[in-house]
Design a binder for this molecule. Structure first.
Ligand SMILES: [Zn+2]
Ligand SMILES: [Zn+2]
Length: 342
């Protein structure tokens, strides 16, 4: 079968590899319908890497597909079902797993990073990692379940009531999913800071009240003019260290900062006194298993509008072109189709 294999040192190779096989009786063989390319994938492909990926691994952690074969012990799924994958395989024995934070498992293995993932025609995943996906959900929605699930986990950590003024940093895929979900939550005052012109355009299409190019405009001044103050919630969906320090200075008293962008090399200069003086709350968020069902329900709501920023649909053989378009910020969301566009 065809797969995109991480070779280390920034190299992703599209090549023929052996078909994966069911090894355990709870394994499920999935014919991948669609996958999306994540900012984390770009981080893994940086030199030096900004996120770890094990060389030799098939990449792709946001994917769904059709059950092609099941192990003898599989009870919840049948051949022909559509399924979406929770990409974090937990150890169930570490302190975080034992104390209700298994999404933060210290020994987690991740499909698409340390275990073979979904940039392939087929993938073998244990039943416990799968959720049913209704067949009527469009492929370019279903492929985005995992990031939407992460966003819903983030939403649970911020007081996103309709009266709040929210600033989102970054109009990449995650920033734009936040933008759409915040709109569904009834947030009217929603600004997006983004340097790439194309992405600002999509942020506006997704319902941002206004966008700002932080390389050209003074964010503090713009917010003051528009909102008569700062923001109540700032979401960093970029992962450049400097944003943390900048954003806390823009928050109103009692405000909340949510850090989403994950970049192992990022460091920041934050004034702790600002956090004290303004009683700010700083939160991080990671992916979570328990928000998948919420995400799957939300995907059945057409108002979600995730199609608004799907800019590219590519076959697996053309994945490198899709990655390049994301790198140059000439694309917002790239969906990859390993078995033909569907
Ligand atoms: Zn991701
Ligand atoms: Zn664990």
């Amino acid at each position: 079968m065809l797969a995109a294999v991480f070779k280390g040192n920034g190299v992703l190779s599209v090549e023929e590899v052996p078909m994966p096989e069911i090894k355990n009786d709870t394994d499920v063989l999935i014919k991948v319908r669609a996958a999306s390319i994540c900012g984390s994938d770009l981080h893994i492909l940086k030199v030096p890497p900004a996120q770890y990926g094990a060389p030799g691994t098939i990449m792709g952690h946001e994917f769904y597909g059709e059950v092609a074969e099941i192990g003898s012990g599989v009870t919840q799924f049948e051949v022909g079902d559509y399924v979406v994958v929770d990409n974090i395989l937990k150890c169930h024995t570490c302190i975080d797993c034992k104390t209700g934070h298994d999404n933060l498992c210290q020994n987690a293995k991740i499909y698409g990073q340390t275990l073979d993932g979904g940039f392939a025609q087929y993938s073998v995943i244990p039943e416990a990692q799968l959720f049913h996906m209704p067949k009527e959900v469009p492929s370019y929605y279903a492929a985005q379940t995992e990031p939407l699930s992460c966003v819903m986990n983030g939403m649970s950590k911020i007081p996103a009531t309709p009266d709040k003024k929210v600033l989102v940093y970054g109009a990449g895929p995650i920033g734009l999913i936040y933008t759409r979900v915040l709109k569904l939550y009834g947030i009217k005052h929603l600004a997006v800071a983004e340097m790439a012109p194309l992405r600002r355009e999509y942020a506006e299409k997704c319902g941002a009240e206004f966008t700002v190019d932080p390389s050209k405009e003074d964010l503090k001044q713009v917010l003051q003019e528009r909102w008569g103050g700062g923001c109540d919630i700032a979401i960093d969906a970029v992962g450049v260290g400097s944003i943390f320090g900048e954003a806390v200075e823009l928050l109103n008293g009692g405000g909340t900062m949510l850090i989403v962008g994950q970049n192992a090399n990022a460091v920041s200069n934050v004034k702790p006194a600002t956090i004290v003086r303004n009683e700010l709350t700083v939160k991080g968020m990671y992916c979570a298993h328990n928000t998948f069902p919420t995400a799957i329900k939300l995907l059945q709501n057409e108002e979600l509008g995730l199609e608004k920023f799907v800019t590219n649909k590519v076959e697996l053989k053309d994945i490198l072109a899709g990655i390049e378009a994301l790198r140059k910020q000439e694309a917002c969301r790239v969906i990859v189709y390993p078995n033909g566009i569907c």
